[in-house]
Design a protein around this ligand. Structure first.
Ligand SMILES: [Fe+2]
Length: 140
């Protein structure tokens, strides 16, 4: 998958991390492609999932701190959406830790992750960008 300029929200630090996460998820999807439940593949999937979870968790925290700092009015709703997503992430990480994650489930996880990221960036995160532009007087 290819990152689009349209996904940018106009806040450099956030855009940069979004793009990195997008890349990690693309790599993850590439790893999960093709059906094979060989142990090496599942190990690779597990390693990649843990890395993605850590990156996303750190990113969501940064985004929330940023919103706080900028007195973003919709922060509480935004935090709720992040919390819900973190629950979903944990569900898959749990499956993985209990050795209950097969390649099919990991493919499902990859698709969900990518869909969530793009939808979230294009809706809720764009609103942060708009707010900041208004604050700076770029947009009225
Ligand atoms: Fe967000």
């Amino acid at each position: 998958m290819i990152w689009k300029k349209d996904y940018e929200i106009g806040i450099d630090i956030i855009d940069q991390q979004h793009q990195e996460i997008f890349q990690y998820i693309s790599n993850f999807i590439a790893i999960t492609q093709g059906i094979s439940d060989r142990k090496e593949k599942l190990d690779q999937i597990k390693e990649s999932m843990t890395f993605i979870k850590e990156s996303i968790t750190a990113h969501l925290e940064m985004e929330e701190t940023y919103q706080e700092k900028m007195s973003y009015p919709n922060i509480e709703q935004h935090k709720k959406v992040h919390a819900q997503f973190k629950k979903e992430l944990s569900y898959y990480i749990n499956l993985c830790e209990k050795q209950k994650l097969d390649v099919i489930k990991s493919q499902e996880f990859g698709t969900k992750l990518m869909t969530w990221l793009i939808m979230h960036i294009c809706q809720m995160d764009q609103e942060i960008g708009q707010y900041i532009k208004c604050q700076k007087g770029i947009l009225k």
